[in-house]
Design a protein around this ligand. Structure first.
Ligand code: ADP
Length: 258
């Protein structure tokens, strides 16, 4: 059990100046890197780094549903598998799916379903593979952010991108985007997925305890962070399409010269 291996400096998560162990302010996100369309074989893909999290997402579909009995007559079924690589955490993780992985697969799927226009593709399935290559707290949120980019990369019609971020409480203070040790030592963790243009929350979980005031303030902070992440998602998509446009123009110019 990984909890037994925690370091013992519980009181040093925030210093006297309000600076966190990794140098961040309480309302600061970890550095985020987003890339779209990095796998050739999948219909859509994305890679996200958020702090030390490294997550790869692949999308297949919409395609014919197998097994056939899962197909729905009026819309596509979204299937999601959140999986932690054995080397994603300090101690080798058993590769067999754990209860936690089943839960996270479900909540990631449910956080994306409201934005995907599944009714355009009856009797089909859309498969989402969220592979955690390295995990450092907040992997379900980073997985959602990456998965919605991979869906967009697959060209699957969506109302909007979903962005996600957790807020937590450490040493009595609200802190954005908890790292692994903050998550484990902290008093609360509140993962949030949010669709900015619809002002819609598609995931809200809570672990630990918050007062109503802390909850309201925390949700507000998480929503603001999701808006920031959403802007980064749009930039990552635009970057990919700018690159495609440039390579098409370059190809056309070469053909004209030849
Ligand atoms: P999230 O990654 O969304 O915060 P949890 O709160 O369940 O999900 O987990 C927090 C962190 O605990 C994970 O990001 C990961 O770093 C760590 N963790 C989860 N499962 C294991 C495991 N089997 N072994 C070691 N660390 C784990």
């Amino acid at each position: 059990m990984w909890l037994e291996k925690l370091p013992e400096h519980k009181t040093e998560l925030i210093d006297s100046k309000g600076v966190r162990a990794d140098g961040r302010k309480l309302d600061q996100l970890r550095p985020i890197k987003l890339e779209v369309g990095i796998l050739d074989k999948a219909d859509g893909s994305a890679y996200i780094e958020q702090g030390k999290n490294k997550i790869l997402v692949a999308v297949y579909g919409p395609r014919e549903a197998h097994p056939k009995h899962i197909a729905l007559p009026d819309r596509a079924v979204i299937r999601c598998r959140y999986h932690m690589a054995p080397f994603s955490v300090d101690e080798r993780k058993n590769p067999a799916p754990s209860r936690r992985e089943h839960e996270l697969s479900k909540v990631i799927r449910e956080s994306l379903e409201p934005v995907v226009l599944t009714d355009l593709y009856p009797r089909t399935v859309i498969d989402l593979f969220v592979e955690i290559l390295q995990s450092d707290g907040g992997s379900r949120c980073a997985g959602i952010t990456g998965a919605s980019l991979a869906l967009a990369d697959a060209g699957i019609p969506m109302r909007e991108l979903v962005a996600a971020c957790a807020i937590g409480k450490i040493e009595g203070k609200l802190a954005l985007d908890l790292s692994d040790s903050e998550d484990k030592y902290g008093e609360a963790d509140l993962p949030v997925a949010y669709v900015p243009n619809a002002n819609l929350v598609t995931l809200l979980q809570m672990d630990g305890e918050l007062t109503i005031e802390e909850f309201n303030k925390g949700l507000e902070m998480a929503v603001e962070a999701c808006k920031t992440i959403h802007t980064m998602q749009r930039e990552a998509l635009k970057k990919k399409f700018r690159e495609i446009k440039e390579s098409v123009i370059e190809k056309e110019e070469t053909e004209v010269v030849a």
